[in-house]
Ligand binder design. Structure first.
Ligand SMILES: NC(=O)c1ccc[n+]([C@@H]2O[C@H](COP(=O)([O-])OP(=O)(O)OC[C@H]3O[C@@H](n4cnc5c(N)ncnc54)[C@H](OP(=O)(O)O)[C@@H]3O)[C@@H](O)[C@H]2O)c1
Length: 350
């Protein structure tokens, strides 16, 4: 199958990673990079690593009626929260006018459609949802959890990067009564996007380490949604930290093992849950950000000692936590090989 890919917000970090992955994707026949801030400039001005691979200029907007008449159309929105929610209905009517509505798969990388309840959204994101009647109409795109629903949908809400790491630690724990789950999450600076702010600018964080948004990070609602759906009984406490890395998420997820479950039983649960998950690597000891950076892999380490258990997770926030998982979800939705465009080892040392 041929795929035409359109990226909205293509000058940001997520947009750049989407472009890089889609350039190497065997089914992608054309790529249109849309950027309001960089319209008319060469794509490599924002993403110098793409020079020679994509020498087009950015478009200010997509001309939907100019797309080729055959093939699937994958639209990725890599814009800040609230942008796609404001644009969705306008985009859908443009697709209908151009006669392409039934060929479009839309994948949103922001938090706009991850939660299905308007009040929950408002408490997580601080403002009412601009298009609340469409909440609940997107499939939540944690690929390893929702693969069958993703094969049947054309609207995908890609998960948050922290949420991806923590949920991949929790997915095999279905039905357990855990009481309390303590989560320490660590992110690199690219998690805050391309525009520096006072707290994300390199000089202020390159040699610093701190917690932020303790117990009030917006991804907690996504994690609680999975706990609830899987019948895990637990209160989850999430504290994110900002680490002197550029890329990478590392999550430490701790809980008490319920009666009757030991380390070997825990490992068996992970092996069963991820038997057919090509991007999950179970490792001995600690996972490392350095062995997954630049890839769509997620490494998971498991340790139990008496009643204490810890699940350790490492992934690249811009790939498995964002653009790579978005391509994995496109592959699932379009019936392509799940690994297409993504099956590559990273750099080591990173
Ligand atoms: N960074 C991560 O690790 C990560 C992981 C998972 C999900 N996400 C989510 O994915 C989305 C994109 O993230 P990113 O890291 O790629 O962000 P980014 O580097 O800040 O860039 C995103 C794009 O959004 C547009 N943009 C930036 N600031 C804007 C503003 N104030 N108003 C309107 N448009 C603005 C720009 O689009 P134009 O090119 O059109 O000018 C920019 O290219 C966000 O919703 C983010 O929360 C990020």
């Amino acid at each position: 199958m041929k795929v035409h890919a359109i990226i909205l917000g293509a000058a940001g970090y997520g947009g750049g990673e989407l472009l890089r992955l889609l350039i190497g994707h065997p089914n992608v026949a054309s790529i249109l990079a849309v950027s309001k801030s960089h319209a008319g400039q060469k794509v490599w001005k924002a993403h110098p690593n793409l020079r020679g691979f994509l020498d087009d200029a950015y478009y200010a907007e997509a001309d939907w009626s100019a797309l080729p008449e055959d093939g699937a159309i994958a639209v990725f929105s890599a814009q800040p929260h609230f942008e796609l929610a404001n644009q969705l209905k306008g985009l859908e009517s443009q697709w209908a006018s151009a006669g392409i509505a039934d060929r479009v798969t839309l994948i949103d990388l922001s938090g706009d459609f991850r939660l299905s309840d308007g009040q929950l959204f408002e408490s997580a994101y601080g403002k009412a949802h601009p298009c609340a009647d469409r909440l609940g109409t997107f499939v939540y795109g944690l690929s390893e959890w929702k693969a069958s629903a993703l094969r049947e949908t054309t609207r995908i809400a890609n998960p948050g990067c922290f949420a991806t790491a923590v949920q991949l630690a929790l997915l095999p724990l279905q039905g357990l009564d855990l009481g309390f789950i303590a989560v320490c999450g660590i992110t690199g600076s690219s998690g805050s996007g391309a525009l520096p702010s006072e707290t994300t600018h390199h000089p202020t964080r390159a040699h610093d380490f701190r917690a932020y948004k303790a117990l009030e990070h917006q991804h907690q609602a996504e994690m609680e949604g999975l706990i609830h759906s899987l019948g895990i009984t637990a209160q989850l406490s999430f504290v994110p930290h900002s680490a002197p890395l550029v890329r990478g998420i590392f999550a430490t997820v701790q809980f008490c093992l319920p009666e009757g479950l030991d380390e070997s039983g825990l490992r068996q649960r992970f092996q069963a849950a991820y038997r057919n998950a090509p991007f999950i690597r179970q490792v001995e000891g600690s996972p490392r950000t350095a062995s997954v950076v630049g890839t769509n892999f997620c490494e998971i380490g498991i340790k139990g000692n008496g009643r204490s258990a810890v699940i350790l997770v490492a992934l690249d926030n811009l790939i498995k936590g964002m653009a790579g998982q978005a391509v994995q979800n496109m592959n699932l939705s379009l019936g392509l090989s799940e690994k297409a465009g993504l099956w590559t080892p990273g750099l080591f040392p990173a």
